[in-house]
Write a protein that binds this ligand. Structure first.
Ligand code: IPM
Ligand code: MG
Length: 366
């Protein structure tokens, strides 16, 4: 049966980078027997402009039915003044929540050719290969009560709630332990148990699950602030970093700079496999935002989206070989010295989004 892939280009540079991934999908269909039906829909501000909401029920159902969803990015100053439920980001959060995509995998790999593009010294980042497992459907992003309240005396009060349950912690920790077993067998679990009850629960439950089922994996607990510091001091000590929704958002942006650019980091957001059909809901997205400052200029780096497509091929379409080849094509293109402005250094050729995509495709086809 033909598989289905839904593309949600979104806002800002989203459509530009998504277009490069689509070029590659079409090439795989034509030359590698990738039997997939591709459709597109609106997400974020693009959907607000047409439908008045950041994600329509119809688009959500399409995403639910698809074998995988690949998105660009959402958000922008145009929609910034709206209440939270009418903002572009709410569409993405609804997609994550309603498809129950609780495990967000964010690999941070420093390609050899980019070791000098990082703001950190070459020896600190060269050979870096770490993986964030970020909890994605709980924590302070979704906890209630939330809101801004008028206290009536000229004061206002803003509230968000950080909340986790045992099962939410266990299911994401399980993903981290399983992945660590296939890597260098180490998990660092980051939280703030020194000041937060939810952090203490996180630490205790991760330890319990470890002792019961994953005692063969090395587990270290690390305070999230110390983790932030260690990420720039000695990032190669990490293999898998397991953390909650908010810390994962922050720490993964920070880790992106170890790889040279925010434009390099892909991600996969996965739900639980259906025990009967084996289908696993999955959303693939670059971790970068919509970059309104460079949107429409054709200079955005499409690598994070193309690498997200590679993850998609591997996890959702069982096409590991194509994924490996695509990742190698990105590495080779970088080694060829072809660079978008964000990763450009003296002596390299500066290209735009489409030219970068074409160069990667040429390497893939070679
Ligand atoms: C990310 C982004 C999102 C998040 C925004 C766009 C809602 O920053 O995927 O890291 O905060 O999760
Ligand atoms: Mg983020």
């Amino acid at each position: 049966m033909t598989k289905t892939l839904l593309i949600l280009p979104g806002d800002g540079i989203g459509p530009e980078v998504a277009a490069e991934a689509v070029k590659i999908v079409n090439w795989l269909r034509a030359h590698r027997g990738f039997d997939v039906a591709v459709s597109e829909d609106l997400l974020g501000g693009a959907s607000i402009d047409v439908h008045g909401v950041p994600l329509t029920d119809a688009a959500l159902e399409k995403a639910r039915a698809a074998d995988a969803v690949l998105m660009g990015s959402v958000g922008g100053p145009k929609w910034a003044g709206q209440p939270y439920d009418k903002r572009p980001e709410a569409g993405l959060l609804r997609l994550r929540k309603d498809l129950d995509l609780f495990a967000n995998l964010r690999p941070a790999i420093c390609f050899p050719a980019l070791a000098d593009s990082s703001t950190l010294k070459r020896e600190v980042v060269e050979g870096l290969d770490l993986l964030f497992v970020r909890e994605l459907t709980g924590g302070v992003y979704f906890g209630t009560p939330r809101g801004i309240e008028d206290l009536g005396n000229g004061e206002r009060r803003g509230v968000n709630t950080q909340v986790y349950t045992t099962s939410e912690i266990h299911r994401v920790a399980r993903v981290a332990f399983e992945l660590a077993r296939k890597r260098r067998n180490t998990v660092h679990s980051a939280e703030k148990h020194n000041v937060m009850e939810s952090g203490l629960l996180w630490k205790e439950e991760v330890q319990k699950l470890h002792d019961a089922e994953y005692a063969d994996v090395r587990l270290e607990h690390i305070l999230a602030d110390n983790c932030a510091m260690q990420l720039v001091r000695a990032p190669k000590q990490f293999d898998v970093i397991l953390t909650d929704n908010l810390f994962g958002d922050i720490l993964s942006d920070q880790a992106a700079m170890l790889t040279g650019s925010l434009g390099m980091l892909p991600s996969a957001s996965l739900g639980a496999k259906d025990p009967v059909t084996g289908k696993q809901p999955a959303l693939y997205e670059p971790i970068h935002g919509s970059a309104p400052d460079i949107a429409g200029k054709g200079v955005a780096n499409p690598c994070a989206t193309i690498l997200s497509l590679a993850m998609c091929l591997r996890f959702s379409f069982d096409r590991g070989e194509d994924a490996d080849r695509l990742e190698a094509a990105v590495a080779q293109t970088l080694a060829d010295g072809i660079r978008t402005p964000d990763i450009w250094v003296e002596g390299c050729r500066k290209v735009g989004t489409a030219e970068m995509g074409d160069a990667i495709l040429k390497r893939l086809a070679a």
